[in-house]
Design a protein around this ligand. Sequence first.
Ligand code: BTN
Length: 260
Amino acid sequence: MEMLLPALTAPCETAVRICGRWRLREFAELASTNTFAAQLPAWTAVRATVQTAGRGRTTARRWISDTGGLWLSMVVPCPGARAKWAILPLAAGWAIVAALGELGVTGARLRWPNDILIGRRKLAGILVERHRDDTAVIGVGLNVLNSPEECEESLTGMTARLADLTPGACDLEAVTRRVLHAVHRVHIELLDRGFRRIADELNAGWGKSRRVRVTLTGREHVIEGSFVGVDQQGRLRIHTAREGVAVYDAYAVEQLRELG
Ligand code: BTN
């Protein structure tokens, strides 16, 4: 009798290397580097040339992950209470902006909590996930030499990529090293000293106060006001004429859109 066995499709691992404190595992193709990294030990990083099911921050959003981009997930240690790590997505965004500065990119900015924009175009996105109590996965998608707009028409005019910003600094290996180094540095600061200095620097760097529309999670409730940075726990601060400054936890916010 013939038995049908499910196809065993182990992902093709192309390299394992040590990069500073990181053990970097590289693959030709993965569904999602974040999913693959979920149960790996702290200070492991996973990079794929292509992701077939890259995930964005909202469940509705898939992340176009064509060849030439940086699709990287980093597992970091998160000891202690979970609540204390609510600031991780912001700190990760801060680290990636720092790495971009070191690569010679000028004008990269964060849109709360951690979209990385050039003007209004998205250069990079970050998805932080907690699958275990003691670690988190920081997933970074950074457009380098890839062409997301050619893969998805609806993205036309909405993305930026390093190839157009710093043509001389598009070597994926070098970009990977910078990102790994910056995330390690910022994470060590979080572990040793907490979020205070990063919050201060973030608040100094948001740029002009912007009108925003904030949609709260699970509610039809929408607030319009001015974005006035984050507090020492990384919570969003919005000023409205009626309420003054109100503070929102990241999990309570479904979407923040900049107006005008
Ligand atoms: C967003 O802005 O919506 C977040 C995008 C995060 C994409 C990265 S690519 C590497 C990692 N693996 C995933 O499936 N997603 C993240």
